[in-house]
Structures are given as structure tokens and as C-alpha cells.
Write a new protein. Structure first.
Length: 159
């Protein structure tokens, strides 16, 4: 079997402030207690997802963009489960994100499979041998990168 399995659709979305320095498994394990997720249409810009959920006013109207600055100060965790046919799990496979904003880490079935930090090029991660027949889970952590950059010394910016 060869082909494409689309992961577009409704994902679960959680968020928190800052840059998470969490033990392995916290982001990829069960949904954290006390955290409410919201449904997020994928693909869709985060601002649109939050606007559709009633958490953000139209950022293109008036001064609403200033009220939306909190979005860049969060890290965002998208979660999704999907089913892989048994014959497809043994084939050569790539996970392709056409556009990932900000700085991103991706886990498949609890294993980190890659990072990406360029919104202008697709993220292409090899997942050969990592897909399981049946249900698989994916976690995608997205951040603006501002927390990582704030830790860089000034010398890191000199060429």
C-alpha cells in the first residue's frame, strides 16, 4: 500500500505560560489533570482557532492585536490520535507539516521525532518504523521562540 494519510481535522489544544522545562512524558502522557483542552481545527492559524473558540477578538480590528500579545508568551500543545492500517505501518513513511509557525517539537507515540524552527519551509520528519498498526498518538509543542532567545547572550547575535 502506498499513499497519504491526512491528519487534518480537529485536534486537542492546551496551553501554558513560558517555556516548559518538564520531565519527559508530561507533554506526551495523558492530558494533565486540571487542564482543559479545546478543539482546534488543523491546519489553521492559532489566532483563528482562539477567535473561533471565543477567546480572542478579531486581531485585525482596532487595537485588538495588542490584546492578543499574550499568545506569543505561551507554549501550545496540540494532541491528536489517528489510526494507521496494518500494512501501512511497515512502509517507508514521512510526516510532513506544510507550515509550522514558531519553534516546534514533535512526538509520535511518546518518542520525540524531531524539531523545526522555520515557518517558511515545510517540516519533513521520517517516521519509518515508528508508526504502529492501529491507534497512534501525536503531540506537537509550539512556542514563539522568545523564551529560548531570551537566554542567548548578546555575543550569539554577532556575526
Amino acid at each position: 500500500m502506498s499513499g497519504t494519510l491526512s491528519l487534518n481535522g480537529t485536534w486537542s489544544l492546551l496551553w501554558a505560560e513560558g517555556n516548559p522545562l518538564l520531565p519527559p512524558g508530561v507533554l506526551t502522557g495523558p492530558e494533565p489533570r486540571g487542564r482543559k483542552s479545546l478543539p482546534a481545527r488543523v491546519p489553521a492559524p492559532i489566532h483563528l482557532v482562539l477567535e473561533e473558540a471565543g477567546l480572542l477578538e478579531d486581531p485585525y480590528f482596532g487595537l485588538n492585536s495588542l490584546r492578543a500579545r499574550w499568545i506569543e508568551e505561551q507554549f501550545w500543545v496540540y494532541r491528536h490520535t489517528f489510526t494507521v492500517p496494518a500494512e501501512a505501518a511497515t512502509q517507508h513513511a514521512w510526516l510532513v507539516f506544510q507550515r509550522l509557525e514558531f519553534q516546534t517539537t514533535v512526538w509520535l507515540n511518546g518518542e520525540e521525532i524531531g524539531q523545526h524552527a522555520n515557518a517558511h519551509t515545510p517540516a519533513r520528519l521520517e517516521v519509518t518504523g515508528k508508526l504502529q498498526p492501529g491507534e497512534n498518538s501525536m503531540v506537537v509543542k509550539v512556542s514563539s521562540g522568545m523564551h529560548e532567545l531570551s537566554e542567548k547572550s548578546a555575543e550569539a547575535y554577532v556575526t
